[in-house]
Design a binder for this molecule. Structure first.
Ligand SMILES: Nc1ncnc2c1ncn2[C@@H]1O[C@H](COP(=O)(O)OP(=O)(O)OP(=O)(O)O)[C@@H](O)[C@H]1O
Ligand SMILES: [Mg+2]
Length: 303
């Protein structure tokens, strides 16, 4: 079952198209990393999923039903813009105010359970002004859990956190996903961090999904690649383009190319030595999520 199924989603603000015929598929149980440059349409998409913005065109289904279905809305917890936390009262009191807002009667047990799930059970009585940023963010997640959601939508939840705070949120999200079976859609710029938790990725560019890929598939694709450096790199590239069987050869710096889809260094060497080109370096590297993402977004090639 798909937790989120989006078809042909478009959002226009006057003459600005923020989201453009976007399709997206988030499997139930996934931690779906939503990646894209500034202004690519991540927040707008997430707001439409939560019903905070109306779409211009297209459909959004949550667990097989229209996202406008009121029972579906209740299944979503969101952390889109940081919630207003009241600094001079405790975490528990903050949650109580939010619970009353949601119309939850006798919320004590629910609040305690949500604080427990994010690891704040023991500091429920502490005033929020004494919380670290990571703790505040976990409290915000606890608030998003008040309605018992099956799906969490998080917009850049680790932005601005220090390394400790990031680890806290990472562990919290992993636990919510694995122990409590909550599907998570998370946008983030911190790709290295995202790659530690995401089971799937969606890459968005100019309001469209350019690729959806599972972490498993990504790790297969993040194969080793070859780096060749030479002061005659354009000629080197031309020879390899003609004579080498490879998936892709891209210029990645003034004197450098990257070769994907072959590890045959010996053949490269032979081809270039035959032509009399001098190779300054031939080495092998493995691409990470960041490299893959940049390549997809067209930011890796030098030209
Ligand atoms: N209310 C609005 N009115 C007009 N344009 C908007 C509005 N909201 C967003 N946009 C525009 O839509 C585009 C997508 O914005 P969005 O905030 O969804 O991007 P984003 O991927 O979340 O970016 P970031 O990484 O900076 O958070 C941007 O060009 C933005 O300026
Ligand atoms: Mg945004």
């Amino acid at each position: 079952m798909l937790a989120i199924e989006i078809d042909n989603l478009t959002k226009r603000f006057n003459d600005k198209t923020a989201v453009n015929s976007l399709s997206m598929h988030v499997e139930e149980g996934a931690i779906y990393g939503f990646i894209g440059d500034n202004g690519s349409g991540k927040s707008t998409t997430q707001k439409m999923i939560c019903g905070l913005l109306n779409q211009t065109e297209g459909t959004i289904k949550l667990f097989g039903k229209s996202h406008q279905d009121i029972t579906m809305r209740r299944k979503i917890g969101l952390l889109i813009e940081s919630p207003a936390l009241f600094p001079y009262v405790s975490a528990y009191e903050n949650m109580k105010l939010q619970a009353l807002n949601l119309g939850i009667k006798n919320p004590k047990k629910r609040i305690e359970s949500c604080l427990y799930k994010v690891g704040l059970k023991d500091v429920g009585k502490k005033k929020v002004k004494n919380f670290s940023l990571g703790m505040k963010q976990r409290l915000a997640i606890a608030i998003s859990l008040l309605g018992n959601p099956s799906l969490l939508i998080l917009d850049e939840p680790i932005n601005g956190l220090d390394p400790n705070g990031i680890i806290e949120i990472r562990n919290t999200l992993l636990e919510l996903n694995t122990k409590y079976n909550i599907t998570i859609l998370i946008s983030s710029h911190i790709l290295g961090e995202l790659s530690k938790i995401a089971t799937h990725y969606g890459i968005i560019k100019d309001g469209q999904i350019v690729e959806e890929i599972s972490a498993q598939e990504l790790s297969k694709r993040c194969e080793d690649y070859m780096i060749i450096k030479s002061s005659e790199i354009d000629q080197v590239k031309e020879v390899l383009d003609q004579k080498l069987t490879a998936d892709e050869i891209v210029k990645s710096d003034v004197n450098e190319i990257k070769v994907y889809g072959t590890m045959d260094g010996k053949r490269v060497n032979t081809l270039l030595v035959e032509k009399g080109y001098i190779i300054e370096e031939l080495s092998f590297q493995r691409m990470d999520l960041e490299g893959y993402f940049l390549k997809k977004m067209g930011g890796l090639a030098y030209e």
